[in-house]
Design a protein around this ligand. Structure first.
Ligand code: DX5
Ligand code: ZN
Length: 227
């Protein structure tokens, strides 16, 4: 089965005063990952809908909004209406995840469900039948630049198996601590889409950093016979 790895640079590690230039700095990105934090679901506070709307006007790269907020049921459809390609809510925060997915899709985006490192995948497999994306967190959500947690790769392997056997139809995405040192293990476990913040925007040349990460993931996929 052919899988082309996707790279989603996270603008959490970009210069917030120059978001258009920072988007332009990664022309090869498949998605631009936007971390929305409310200071409640996670201790950090970042940006919200007005910034996403402005970014949508400023770039052609499809936006991948990761909502680390309470009551995403109420707010997620707005991010889809703004034109996001994918809108992800947290399983731990959603009141009615099935309705959330319906509302996001009805507003024109793919619907994503994210699970924190300590949240078991098994509890969410049935709900994931209604989703397009599974975002496996490989750090505790809230901050960029944290250390990758390899133990979450068991969940990735399980998700990969469920997708490859036709039980689920989701893009398997990973978020947190992805770099040249960790992307190969994540690719081997079966990730489709790699979020990378500090590894891209902390690099001297973000465009090259995206391509270097992609090359590494492609090599692993080829080695697994899936490239
Ligand atoms: C963390 C965010 C991540 C963050 C990843 O809560 O969800 O998207 O930007 O940053 P790195 O790649 O630096 O771990
Ligand atoms: Zn994120």
């Amino acid at each position: 089965m052919a899988r082309a790895p996707m790279i989603a640079p996270s603008i959490l590690s970009a210069d917030f005063a120059r978001l258009k230039e920072e988007a332009d700095a990664v022309p090869g990105a498949d998605w631009l990952h936007v971390d929305v934090m409310d200071g409640h679901f996670v201790p950090n506070l970042t940006l919200g809908l007005p910034v996403v709307e402005a970014l949508e006007r400023a770039t052609d790269i499809p936006l991948d909004c990761h909502l680390m907020i309470n009551d995403p049921d109420r707010w997620a459809p707005g991010y889809a209406e703004a034109g996001s390609q994918n809108v992800t809510v947290h399983a731990e925060a959603a009141n009615d995840p099935r309705k959330c997915s319906r509302d996001i899709r009805a507003a024109g985006a793919l619907a994503g469900l994210s699970i924190k490192p300590g949240t078991p995948l098994d509890d969410w497999v049935e709900v994931l039948r209604d989703y397009d994306t599974l975002l496996v967190m490989s750090v505790e959500p809230g901050f960029g630049g944290q250390k990758f947690m390899p133990e979450v790769l068991d969940k990735v392997r399980t998700a990969r198996r469920l997708v490859d056997t036709g039980h689920l139809n989701v893009i398997v995405e990973i978020d947190g601590g992805i770099s040249r040192d960790t992307i190969e293990a994540a690719a081997e476990a079966g990730v489709d889409c790699f979020v990378a913040g500090s590894a891209v925007y902390g690099a001297d040349d973000p465009e090259r950093a995206v391509e270097a990460l992609r090359d590494q993931a492609v090599r692993v996929a080829a080695y697994l016979g899936q490239g």
